[in-house]
Design a protein around this ligand. Structure first.
Ligand code: HEM
Length: 502
C-alpha cells in the first residue's frame, strides 16, 4: 500500500474572506482612511499585513537548478536486494515507496527557458519508513569537474558576467579549456542530449558512486540509472531555439499536462554494482565523477520502476520548497569517497538553511513523514511542529524513559567504515590520457547527423568567444580526444568566418 505523500495544511474552505489571523474582512477593495480623502490609518491590519506578506513572497531561488518542475509518484522495487542492502524499502519485490521528483535546468534563473543547452537535474525524494532518501542526480552519468573546490568558480562561468550581466562565452570556454577533465560532460552537453525534448524523455543517473550496505555490514559500490520508458527524445539546436522563443516553459508544461491527462511517465531503475575490493584495482579511480563504468564490465541490473502520477497541488509549497540533499540517507545506503559527493554532502543542507530556514525539514514536502523524527533540535524560525511538547531536549537523560536514545550497537545506524592510507594533502588535479578516452569514444560513437550536430552545436557556441587563445586551447582538447574532432571544429569556425567576410 502506498501512503499518500504529504499534503499541505488545507486552507479554510469557508467562503468568508479573512485576515491572516482569521478575522472576517469587511472590505478588500478600500483601505481604511481618515475621512474620505485622508491618509491611511496604521490600524488597518488587513492592509498592512497584506502588503507586508506580499513584500516577503520571494525566497532566494536555488543558486543552481533554479528553474524546475516536479511531481509525486511511487517507486516499486522489482528485485530482491537483500544481498546488497538492508534498506527496508529495497527488501521485498512489490514494495512501493512514495516519492517526489524534481527536474530542472542548471544555470539559468527561475524564469529561464526549459530548452536551454544545459544538463538537467534529476532529483528524487524517497519517503521511506526509515526516513527520506534523496537521489540527487542529473540526466548525465558524469560531471564537468571532480573536486568541489572548483564548483563555485565553474558555476560563475555559466552565469552572468559581473560587469555586463550578460552570458559570457569567454568565461564558459576559458574555464572548460583550462579544466580538460570536463571534456566528457562537455561532449554530452554539446550533443543533442544537451537539449532534451522535455523531462519525460530523458534518463537520470546518480552519476556519483554510492554505496549499498547489507545487514552483515558488507558494502558494494553502485551507480543508479533511471531509464525513461517514454524513450529518449532530444531537440536539435534550431528546435530548441524555436521553443526558447515561443514556449520557454515547454518541459514544465509537458510534464504537467501528461500527468494531468493520466499519461503517467515512468522510468526503469537499474544498478551497476561493483565489489568494494575491486575499486582499488580498476583502470581508473572509480570515485571520479567525470567517468562512467563501462557496461561491459558492470552491466545494468534492473531493480525497479519509478512512476509519476500526481501533479503538485501548489507549485511553491511543493516544488519550490522541496529540499533535496545527497546527505539525506537511510540505513543500507551510504556515501562513497567521491570528492565531489563529499562536498555536496555539506553544500545542500547549508543552502537549504539559507533558502528555507533552519526548520526546512519540518515543511510538509520535506518531512520524513513515514518515519518518526525524534531528536533534541528545538525552536528556530518557523517551528511548524509541536516542538516535542515538554519532552527533555537533551541526551543522555534519565527523566523520560521513553525519550530518544542513541543506537550505539545498531550496525545499520552507522556509516560503513572505510580503510584509508596515505597522508593528508591536496592531491591532483592529474589530467591523464584516461580523461580523453571516454569522450573520444563517445565522439566516435555518434554517427552521421548526430556527430554533425555535435560539431555545429560546438561551433555555434564557441563562435561567440572573443579571445582566440581560449578557442585554440579548447580545440587542442578536442584534438587530444580525436584529431578529426578538433579539425572539424576548426573547419566549422573557419567556414563561419568566411561566410561573414563574403
Ligand atoms: C542543486 C551545489 C554538484 C545535481 C544544487 C544546489 C546547490 C548545489 C547549492 C541548490 C540546492 C537547493 O537550493 O535546494 C552543488 C555542489 C556541487 C554540485 C557544491 C559539487 C561540489 C552536482 C552534481 C549533480 C548535482 C554532480 C548531479 C550528479 C543537483 C540537482 C539539484 C542541485 C539535481 C537540484 C535539486 C532540486 O531539484 O531541488 N546543487 N552541486 N549537483 N544539484 Fe548540485
Amino acid at each position: 500500500m502506498v501512503h499518500s505523500a504529504p499534503t499541505i495544511l488545507a486552507t479554510p474552505s469557508s467562503h468568508v474572506l479573512t485576515t491572516s489571523n482569521g478575522n472576517p474582512v469587511d472590505d478588500n477593495q478600500n483601505s481604511l482612511t481618515a475621512g474620505e480623502f485622508g491618509p491611511i490609518l496604521i490600524q488597518d491590519f488587513h492592509l498592512i499585513d497584506k502588503l507586508a506578506h506580499f513584500d516577503r513572497e520571494r525566497i532566494p531561488e536555488r543558486v543552481v537548478h533554479a528553474k524546475g518542475a516536479g511531481a509525486h509518484g511511487y517507486f516499486e522495487v522489482t528485485a530482491d536486494l537483500t544481498k546488497l542492502t538492508s534498506a527496508h524499502f529495497l527488501q521485498k519485490p512489490g514494495t512501493k515507496t512514495p516519492i517526489f521528483a524534481r527536474f530542472s535546468t542548471v544555470g539559468g534563473e527561475k524564469g529561464s527557458s526549459d530548452s536551454a543547452r544545459d544538463p538537467r537535474g534529476f532529483a528524487v525524494k524517497f519517503y521511506t519508513e526509515e526516513g527520506n532518501w534523496d537521489m540527487v542526480g542529473n540526466n548525465t552519468p558524469v560531471f564537468f569537474i571532480r573536486d568541489p573546490l572548483k564548483f563555485p568558480d565553474f558555476i560563475h562561468t555559466q552565469k552572468r558576467n559581473p560587469k555586463t550581466n550578460l552570458k559570457d562565452a569567454d568565461a564558459f570556454w576559458d574555464f572548460l579549456s583550462l579544466s580538460p577533465e570536463s571534456l566528457h560532460q562537455v561532449t554530452i552537453l554539446m550533443s543533442n542530449r544537451g537539449t532534451p525534448a522535455g523531462y519525460r524523455h530523458m534518463d537520470g543517473f546518480s552519476s556519483h558512486t554510492l554505496k549499498l550496505v547489507n545487514a552483515q555490514g558488507e558494502a558494494h559500490l553502485v551507480k543508479w540509472h533511471f531509464k525513461t520508458d517514454q524513450g529518449i527524445k532530444n531537440l536539435r539546436a534550431d528546435e530548441a531555439a524555436h521553443l526558447d522563443a515561443t514556449n520557454p516553459d515547454s518541459s514544465t508544461e509537458d510534464l504537467f499536462d501528461a500527468i494531468d491527462k493520466g499519461d503517467f511517465p515512468s522510468w526503469t531503475v537499474s544498478l551497476q554494482v561493483m565489489k568494494e575490493a575491486d575499486a582499488a584495482n580498476y583502470k581508473w579511480n572509480v570515485f571520479d565523477v567525470t567517468k562512467v563504468w563501462p557496461h561491459a564490465d558492470y552491466p545494468l541490473q534492473k531493480i525497479g520502476k519509478m512512476v509519476l502520477n500526481r501533479n503538485p497541488a501548489n507549485y511553491f509549497a511543493e516544488v519550490e520548497q522541496a529540499a533535496f540533499s545527497p546527505s539525506h540517507m537511510v540505513p543500507g545506503i551510504d556515501v562513497s569517497n567521491d570528492k565531489m559527493l563529499q562536498g555536496r554532502l555539506f553544500s545542500y543542507p547549508d543552502t537549504h538553511r539559507h533558502r528555507l530556514g533552519a526548520n526546512y525539514l519540518q515543511l510538509p514536502i520535506n518531512q520524513p513523514y513515514r518515519a518518526r523524527v525524534s531528536n533534541n533540535q528545538r525552536d528556530g524560525p518557523a517551528t511548524y511542529s509541536q516542538n516535542f511538547n515538554g519532552e527533555p531536549n537533551y541526551e543522555p537523560q534519565s527523566q523520560n524513559p521513553e525519550g530518544p536514545v542513541q543506537q550505539l550497537h545498531d550496525v545499520r545506524a552507522k556509516y560503513s567504515p572505510v580503510l584509508l592510507h596515505g597522508k593528508t594533502g591536496r592531491y591532483g588535479p592529474r589530467v591523464t590520457e584516461n580523461d580523453f578516452l571516454q569522450p573520444g569514444n563517445l565522439y566516435r560513437l555518434l554517427k552521421g547527423k548526430e556527430q554533425d550536430d555535435l560539431i555545429s552545436n560546438i561551433v555555434g557556441h564557441i563562435k561567440n568567444v572573443k579571445n582566440q587563445e581560449i578557442v585554440k586551447r579548447q580545440i587542442a582538447i578536442f584534438n587530444r580526444a580525436d584529431p578529426e574532432w578538433g579539425r572539424r571544429v576548426e573547419e566549422g569556425l573557419k567556414a563561419l568566418k568566411d561566410k561573414k567576410t563574403h
